[in-house]
Design a protein around this ligand. Structure first.
Ligand code: MN
Length: 190
């Protein structure tokens, strides 16, 4: 079972619209989500459902479709499954304050390995597809790497597909609709 102890400890649910959530039962079709998050710095939160929670990594540069681009992925606290569709604004001053977009969503399937050292998996998202891997280098430091298949590309997908897969909005639009800092959010839009 995953644990949401760290997730809950970091947040004040009276002040943030993020879901409280709970550890769910393991399921066959596992959720995959990437949330674009303009907090103190822009990053992409990469989340894979495992053991009733979303295992989570903050990827500063976002995913790359180029196998030569190994993207740093800092593992962060497990998140509740309910978090997968959270799009909106975390108030400034709260943990992770800033605008959150659901940048990609779908399902994933493990191929080989585990969350201790390295795992190979397949993504079935709206933007990301095919074979990927996460490789642990030290402690919470991992690398997110595209594996070779027909979905390999040198396109900068973060730049060419910047909109929410839930609402088609850009970061500025999400911030505006939820009373967030539009100027700050707009710095994350192309
Ligand atoms: Mn984040």
């Amino acid at each position: 079972m995953g644990s949401l102890k760290d997730y809950v400890a970091k947040r004040r649910f009276a002040s943030t619209p993020e879901p409280r959530g709970r550890v769910e039962k393991a399921r066959r079709d596992r959720l995959f989500v990437i949330q674009k998050h303009r907090a103190t710095a822009l990053h992409y939160d990469f989340r894979l459902e495992d053991a009733g929670v979303l295992r989570s990594w903050a990827v500063p540069k976002g995913p790359s479709l180029d196998p030569a681009e190994k993207r740093l992925a800092m593992q962060v606290e497990d998140h509740p499954l309910d978090y997968a569709t959270f799009e909106g604004v975390i108030p400034e001053g709260e943990y992770g304050g800033g605008t959150v977009m659901v940048w990609d969503i779908g399902t994933w399937e493990p191929v080989e390995g585990d969350f201790d050292k390295a795992i190979r998996f397949v993504l079935r998202g709206k933007k990301l597809h095919g074979a990927w891997r996460l490789v642990r280098t030290a402690g919470r430091k991992w690398l997110l790497i595209k594996s070779r298949d027909r979905y390999v590309s040198t396109d900068d997908i973060a730049a060419t597909k910047p909109r929410s897969v839930l609402s088609r909005r850009l970061m500025a639009g999400i911030a505006k609709a939820s009373g967030g800092n539009v100027e700050k959010a707009a710095t994350a839009d192309p």
